[in-house]
Design a protein around this ligand. Structure first.
Ligand code: FRU
Length: 519
């Protein structure tokens, strides 16, 4: 055994790692100017400076700052070997970029440059003043190899990988996936859930540790009831309002892309016992959600605001992928999971464009139209007792001024008049979001059935950005999140009442275009 050569090997491993991070960071910076010019680039959502982004990873409130890491390919606007990008924020709405945090350099992290591999999704905890990351090291193959790895940082910026993976192989025999570790602390012990699937049922596997390095397998904490997908990506299990909540991103579940379960956690038995379940967000672009607890005891959620398999509209634009706005999770009185937009979002409001404090009585046939920049927030409270309409139609439209540009992106759909249509259907107690004519992205109509409580109260809040719409109903009792790709530099917001009067108690509208994004 030769100590000297071991040290040399260790040093060269470290310098390879430093080199890989440096190359990644240079690539990100090199693409940033081009990405910044893209008209679909968002104004007030978290994106990578350039390159590909998917899942939020390692969300944590650490030493007074929120950290959001994310799945990242710095060398192109497509999914390649995965790195971890990194951004920090003091208020969950203004993000600052930090250097790429993890690069795939170990044999168990790196396959062929084209193949799926790298530092896949995971989570973060704080331990003894350090920020500790857990992630899946993935290498594609006939059966992909997935192990759970760890990296530690003193300052939250530069990470040192643990020399070997902390969980080597899956304990479950033949299974569909073994990834996305989410770690948390409970009564002085560490727990981890890992996403998997077996016999066509998604699963969350449970591990336990006293020191974050040695993990013992506790068994299957939760499993699909047979209708909830065959693999659960990105499981997250956390306490909320006296209960435990499990959220997962199910694969192959009939169009359903995200799921929550509310129940009890039996730590002695290592099992989560679900009592009810539902969908977190009814829109098409909400996946791989992850949560963190912050210093105020809030449970904050951020998700990837895109979806696997959706049309890669951004290809050739030097960037792809964005995060949803941060949302605070709460249990409602009737036992469901609500996602409220975090209160800090109000600090993004710029000029108030319109304020109808005394409300508005909108009659059928009457027009209410505002001309707006793409980044705005609209908020309306409807007096249901005085409203007779069967339907409220909201259109976020836009006209394409540059037809040669429209021509160049080659779309069969009409781009001269684009409209994202939102409909509230009173009798059905339902909201629909229709993006069939929204621009050059994927079409589709998405439906949200509102809870019984919406019979007494209806408030709508829309956050519009250059290529996204997030609609919160009754302060996040229901949410619909969608990317849209209109070829228009402005927006036209129209309201229409169908079948009777709609009485708005108040309508407020703000420009959200003022944010300076620090790169
Ligand atoms: C979810 C996911 C995870 C995986 C990561 C890879 O979107 O498929 O299961 O760890 O993305 O980038």
């Amino acid at each position: 055994f030769n100590m000297k050569s071991t040290n040399t090997r260790q040093n060269s491993r470290e310098s390879d790692y430093e080199e890989a991070l440096k190359r990644a960071e240079e690539a990100v910076q090199a693409g940033a100017a081009r990405a910044a010019q893209d008209p679909f680039r968002l104004r007030y959502h978290l994106m990578a400076p350039s390159g590909w982004m998917n899942d939020p990873n390692g969300l944590i409130h650490f030493k007074g700052e929120y950290h959001a890491f994310y799945q990242h390919f710095p060398f192109g606007d497509y999914q390649g070997p995965m790195y971890w990008g990194h951004a920090v924020s003091r208020d969950l709405v203004r993000w600052e970029h930090r250097p790429v945090a993890l690069a795939p350099t170990e044999p168990y992290e790196f396959g062929s440059p084209e193949g799926g591999c790298g530092c896949w999704s995971g989570s973060a905890v704080e331990h003894e003043g350090k920020l500790v990351l857990f992630y899946t090291a993935h290498v594609d193959g006939r059966t992909p190899e997935e192990v759970q790895a760890m990296a530690t940082s003193e300052d939250g910026i530069r990470f040192v990988k643990h020399p070997v993976p902390v969980i080597q192989g899956n304990p479950d025999g033949e299974c569909f996936g073994f990834r996305d570790p989410k770690v948390w602390e409970h009564e002085g012990r560490w727990y981890m859930v890992i996403g998997s699937g077996k016999n066509s049922r998604g699963r969350a596997l449970l591990y336990e540790s006293a020191n974050l390095v040695d993990w013992s397998y506790r068994g299957v904490a939760a499993e699909s009831d047979g209708t909830q997908g065959d693999m659960w990506e990105c499981p997250d299990l956390f306490p909320l309002g006296g209960k435990y909540v499990l959220i997962v991103s199910p694969m192959n579940m009939d169009g359903v892309k995200n799921l929550y379960m509310i129940g009890e956690m039996d730590f002695a038995a290592g099992r989560f016992i679900p009592e009810s379940s539902g969908i977190i967000d009814d829109g098409p672009d909400f996946y791989a959600a992850q949560t963190m607890r912050d210093g105020n005891g809030r449970r904050i959620l951020i998700a990837w605001m895109d979806m696997w398999g959706s049309r890669l509209i951004n290809t050739g634009r030097a960037w792809y992928g964005a995060m949803t706005l941060a949302r605070e999770l709460q249990l409602t009185e009737d036992g469901r999971l609500a996602s409220r937009p975090v209160k800090e979002l109000a600090s993004l409001r710029g000029q108030e464009i319109s304020k109808l404090d005394n409300g508005l009585r909108l009659q059928p046939g009457e027009e209410q139209v505002w001309l707006l920049p793409p980044a705005f927030e609209w908020q309306a409270d409807i007096d249901l007792s005085a409203t007779e309409a069967q339907e409220l139609r909201i259109v976020i439209g836009g006209a394409c001024e540059d037809l040669s540009y429209a021509e160049s992106v080659k779309t069969s759909r009409s781009v001269t008049d684009q409209r994202t249509k939102i409909r509230w259907l009173a009798a059905q107690r339902r909201i629909e979001l229709d993006r069939n004519e929204a621009g050059i992205g994927d079409p589709g109509v998405y439906v949200s059935d509102l809870p019984a409580s919406s019979a007494a109260r209806l408030s709508l809040r829309i956050f519009s950005d250059n290529s996204s719409v997030e609609l919160f109903v009754n302060d996040g009792d229901r949410v619909l999140t969608s990317r849209i790709y209109p070829l228009a530099s402005g927006r036209r917001l129209e309201l229409e009442a169908v079948g009777g009067t709609i009485v708005f108690e108040a309508i407020r509208l703000w420009n959200m275009d003022g944010l300076e994004v620090k790169q």
